[in-house]
Write a protein of this length. Structure first.
Ligand SMILES: *Cc1c(COP(=O)(O)O)cnc(C)c1O
Ligand SMILES: [Zn+2]
Length: 402
């Protein structure tokens, strides 16, 4: 049976396991009874389900079993660019290429067990593919609401799982609220960015990081932030481990936004607790499209997470992000999407400002793979040419052998 849903802000509890928001307006989360948890209680499962005692459901069937267990790699090549001792938690190594799978692995089976009918999602990016894949593996219908002008590449990526894709003409940003209403009226459960079971799944990333560092912890975790869902989940993980007495000195949560749309950064800098959404005509274009979000749904909770952990919020512009995006594969060997490279660009910023020291152990979280973005036929890649008989000599000269 699921633990109670609780509001982090007013403390109210709810018993309906599919409820998403508190009467006060803030998103809810599951609060497991973590007090008795120790690392020795981890299950002998791969990945996220190791932490089954802290999750709202038991290990399900299907692709959900592939969630978590992503590599945490000490990446010295990135130290200079970041200005600290870099560890990379490569969340792109998930079935659909993004950390979203941790959340879907918990939320889709949770919804399937709780109610008949379809599951749904409102997204044309990683949040569309991930629930579609998880629903497919449980033979449950999935409805994906996408904008009418969606690109063919994205349709192809989502379409491979054969969900019911509905193109919606109109104010796409307003569909979050519509989706929660539709979940009450129709046999479909929309699993939005801050669905509580999703947040529980995200917490497993923090469990993995802290178990790897135990009994110590990293100084900071730096991640790109859009809705604030992942940040909420990492904070949930910190709170569970603190309740369990496994974390004396929790890592600082440092969020990175794109300067094109950064309501959480603005609130952090002004000292506000409630970030104000950015007006559509003030929202810029960005290559980091996964984090270009003028009205993050979990913005208040994400900012609370930052304040509670003495973290920070910074914004990076596309120029800086692009230069760092290049450093991630060149100096680190990781293939990431632009929004994910923002974690490195953000760490650079923080160390320039003296908020991160060069001997700090900092976990950068590339949230999504770059494989979906590349392969569009960019002809500007530098190459050398030769014929076969001249190859030995040419190669010798390229390698600097005389
Ligand atoms: C969804 C997503 C984000 C933003 O995460 P939130 O939970 O919405 O803050 C960042 N990076 C990638 C690759 C994503 O898919
Ligand atoms: Zn509340």
């Amino acid at each position: 049976m699921s633990p109670a849903l609780r509001c982090y802000r007013c403390g109210d509890r709810y018993r309906d396991p599919l409820r998403v928001r508190c009467d006060c307006g803030e998103p809810l989360w599951f609060e497991p009874d973590a007090a008795a948890f120790g690392w020795e209680d981890c299950r002998a499962y791969d990945g996220a389900w190791r932490y089954e005692p802290l999750l709202p459901i038991d290990r399900p069937e299907g692709v959900a079993r592939a969630a978590g267990g992503t590599p945490l790699v000490r990446s010295e090549g990135l130290d200079d660019a970041a200005g600290c001792r870099v560890y990379v938690k490569d969340e792109g190594e998930h079935p659909t290429g993004a950390y979203k799978d941790r959340g879907s692995a918990a939320a889709v089976p949770h919804a399937v067990a709780a109610a008949d009918g379809a599951v749904g999602t409102v997204s044309y990016g990683n949040m569309a593919m991930s629930p579609a894949a998880h629903a497919a593996s449980l033979d449950r219908e999935c409805v994906v609401l996408v904008p009418d002008d969606i690109s063919p590449v994205r349709l192809e990526l989502i379409g491979q799982y054969e969900p019911t894709i509905v193109r919606v003409d109109g104010d796409y940003g307003a569909l979050y609220g519509d989706a929660l209403d539709l979940s009450d009226e129709l046999p479909v459960r929309f699993l939005v960015s801050d669905a509580p079971a999703r947040i529980s799944g995200y917490a497993t990333a923090m469990f993995e990081i802290c178990e790897a560092f135990a009994p110590d912890a990293p100084d900071a975790v730096v991640l790109p932030t859009s809705s604030g869902g992942f940040a909420s989940g990492l904070w949930r993980g910190i709170r569970d481990l603190e309740a369990a007495g496994r974390l004396d000195d929790p890592p600082r949560l440092c969020l990175v936004q794109t300067a094109a749309s950064d309501p959480i950064t603005r609130a952090f800098e002004s000292g506000a607790t409630d970030p104000t959404p950015i007006a559509p005509d003030e929202t810029g274009e960005t290559i980091a499209h996964s984090i270009g979000n003028p009205g993050p749904r979990a913005r208040v909770r994400a900012l609370a997470a930052v304040r509670d952990t003495a973290g920070a919020v910074v914004s990076v512009d596309d120029d800086r992000d692009t230069s760092r995006a290049a450093a991630v594969p060149v100096d680190g060997g990781f293939c990431v999407e632009p929004a994910s490279a923002a974690s490195l660009a953000g760490a650079t910023r923080l160390s320039e400002r003296g908020e991160i020291d060069d001997d700090d152990a900092v976990v950068l979280v590339p949230t999504g793979t770059g494989f979906k973005e590349l392969g569009t036929g960019d002809a500007s890649v530098a190459t050398e040419r030769t014929n076969r008989s001249a190859l030995p000599e040419r190669l010798a000269s390229l390698l600097g052998a005389r």
